[in-house]
Design a protein around this ligand. Structure first.
Ligand code: CMP
Length: 140
C-alpha cells in the first residue's frame, strides 16, 4: 500500500476540553504524520457544506450547529494506508461501540459529540482536504 493522505477534524467537544494534544499523541503514536494543520471556527453554513452528504438526515441540523459551536482543528494525515489506519485509531462513530484504546472510546461524549472526524474513502479524503487546504499548505 502506497503512502496515502486522509483528512481529520478535532471537533469542538474535544478542543473545548483541551484534548487536542492528547488526540494528536494517539495519532502520531500510530505512525501517521500530521502533514498540515489549522485551528479555525466554522460557520453553520460552512459546516453544512462539509457535511452535505448527510443533508436531510435527522441529525444534520444538530451536527452543523455543533460543528460551529467552537474551534476545530483541521489536519491532513499522511502514511501507509492512512484512511483505514486513521479510522482504526478513531474507533466507531458511537463511542459505546468503539474499541478500547481508540480516540472515541477514550474521549468521545456521544455519537454526535464524538471528538474526531476522518475521511471514509480516497475520493472523500481528496475533496475534504481541498475544502480546507491549498496545495501550498500541505507541507508534509
Ligand atoms: P463524522 O465521522 O464526523 O461523520 C458524520 C457525523 O455525523 C458523525 O461523525 C457523527 O458525529 C454525526 N452523526 C452520525 N450519526 C448521528 C446520529 N445518529 N446522531 C447524531 N449525530 C450523528
Amino acid at each position: 500500500m502506497a503512502v496515502q493522505r486522509t483528512f481529520s477534524i478535532i471537533k469542538p467537544d474535544a478542543t473545548k476540553r483541551n484534548l487536542t494534544g492528547a488526540i494528536n499523541a494517539k495519532i502520531e503514536a500510530s505512525g501517521l504524520r500530521i502533514a498540515a494543520q489549522k485551528r479555525l471556527r466554522l460557520t453553520e453554513e460552512q459546516a453544512g457544506i462539509f457535511y452535505e452528504v448527510h443533508k436531510g438526515r435527522p441529525f444534520y441540523e444538530e451536527l452543523c450547529a455543533f460543528m460551529a459551536s467552537g474551534p476545530i482543528v483541521a489536519q491532513v494525515l499522511e502514511g501507509e494506508n492512512a484512511i483505514a489506519k486513521y479510522r482504526e485509531v478513531m474507533g466507531a462513530t458511537d463511542p459505546a461501540d468503539a474499541e478500547e484504546g481508540t480516540i472515541r472510546a477514550e474521549f468521545a461524549q456521544s455519537k454526535g459529540e464524538n471528538s474526531v472526524h476522518g475521511s471514509d474513502a480516497p475520493e472523500t479524503a481528496e475533496a475534504e482536504i481541498a475544502y480546507f487546504f491549498s496545495g501550498l499548505e500541505l507541507v508534509g
